[in-house]
Design a protein around this ligand. Structure first.
Ligand SMILES: *Cc1c(COP(=O)(O)O)cnc(C)c1O
Length: 398
């Protein structure tokens, strides 16, 4: 057994990164400024989109875009329940209604078909999630959205470097990336809004900073003139240069990071193939490049005679950290109680919500670390408690 704890994720930060942050701190300009402008430009160039706006988080980006799209009372927004709770929280905070599309059982992603089943005359936005580093099948969804004239916002928090049919996720339309410490690159906390819609970019630039007007002159000055006035009430969601300089350095390494993630993921796949209680995710069938944000497995709770939560706990006792991406939103207390949501509504989402577990995956991990995880999994599964049935575990999480 490992003697030191292997976390489920750890950012890759070098001494040079730390020095670069130190330089910003010493420069006299630490909030939004030249580093942020440069990060936005480099990010847009990398993803291949016309414009990008750096923000304090992806959640902030979602808040601002819902506002910019005018989502409010009476509106419905289609998104999966298998997502980070932030998106659904914001839909509810906007006084709109989340409508959950079920996912594919083996890729954890929504499809045109599952979204179509949720469409009504009140649908005002569709927010699919690119999951774990694989791309959602966005072309058919984009067609549907444009046919019905409904805005499409891609949750690309897992998808920096992901390619769909030869192009980076985020190169067109509206997408939001996250730089939370577990994501493929980090700025401590941060997010990026990307779009090819100039008017929407302007609106987001305004809403992210008190609703103050920005003109071209201001942008060249890397700031707003002191005379800038509120054009509408806005938020305070700007990224600081302290974060942006880290983002610039991390972005320069994203291909290296993702290549390492891919190698580790392939080793997991190979070594877990013989473990019959572990069900891997499947790659989507269309042309794509996986960014391997997460390595998610499903525990076959019937075969293992062990619930997923106990499985995670047993791994922790063997010094292996794991994550859970995600607990179905519609089964979380607030959503069950306030919206009357319950089990049985989204079979594939619920099946996965009971069984998924994210194994350690980060660029500084070694092949030995992967082997330690696999050995720990085998160890846990070899001493299954036979006195409890898997069915009772499924009920416990209900
Ligand atoms: C991390 C994440 C977010 C939120 O990102 P923050 O930067 O933490 O706000 C949104 N959606 C998904 C799918 C995520 O994984």
């Amino acid at each position: 057994m490992r003697t030191d704890f292997l976390p489920f994720s750890r950012p890759s930060i070098t001494e040079e990164d730390i020095a670069a942050v130190g330089d910003v701190l010493r420069s006299g300009w630490i909030t939004t400024g030249p580093r942020t402008a440069e990060f936005e430009q480099r990010f847009a160039d990398y993803v291949g989109c016309p414009g990008a706006v750096a923000l304090s988080s992806a959640t902030a980006g979602m808040h601002v875009v819902l506002k910019a799209l005018g989502i409010g009372p009476g509106d419905e927004v289609i998104t999966p329940s298998m997502t980070w709770v932030s998106t659904v929280n914001l839909i509810v905070l906007a006084e709109a209604t989340p409508v959950f599309a079920d996912i594919d059982r083996d890729t954890l992603m929504v499809s045109r078909r599952s979204i179509e089943a949720c469409l009504t005359d009140s649908t005002r936005a569709i927010i699919p999630v690119h999951f774990a580093g694989a791309p959602v099948d966005i072309d058919p969804i984009r067609q549907l959205a444009s046919l019905r004239d409904i805005p499409l916002v891609e949750d690309a928090a897992h998808a920096l470097g992901t390619e769909y049919r030869g192009q980076h996720v985020g190169h067109c339309g509206i997408s939001i990336f996250s730089f939370h410490p577990i994501k493929n690159i980090t700025t401590g906390e941060g997010g990026m809004f990307c779009s090819d819609d100039e008017r929407l970019l302007e609106r987001v630039r305004r809403l992210k900073f008190h609703g103050l007007g920005v003109d071209a002159f201001d942008r060249h000055q890397q700031g707003r003139s002191p005379q800038a006035e509120a054009l509408e009430p806005g938020y305070k969601y700007n990224m600081t240069d302290i974060s942006a300089v880290l983002g610039l350095r991390q972005l320069a390494r994203v291909e290296e990071f993702n290549a390492k993630r891919t190698e580790l993921a392939m080793r997991y796949r190979e070594r877990l193939r013989a473990v019959e209680e572990i069900i891997p995710l499947e790659d989507p069938p269309y042309p794509m490049e996986h960014a391997w944000h997460l390595f998610i497995v499903r525990l076959d709770i019937d075969r293992a005679g062990l619930g997923r939560d106990e499985f995670m706990q047993a791994l922790k006792e063997r010094n292996i950290g794991t994550g859970l991406h995600f607990r179905a939103v519609h089964l979380q207390r607030f959503y069950r109680e306030s919206m009357g949501l319950r089990r049985g509504m989204l079979p594939n989402t619920e099946w996965n919500s009971d069984r998924i577990c994210s194994l350690p995956l980060f660029p500084d991990m070694t092949e030995q670390d992967v082997d330690d995880v696999v050995d720990a999994i085998k160890g846990v599964l070899s001493r299954k408690p036979s006195y409890v049935t898997a069915r009772s575990f499924a009920k416990e999480t209900a």
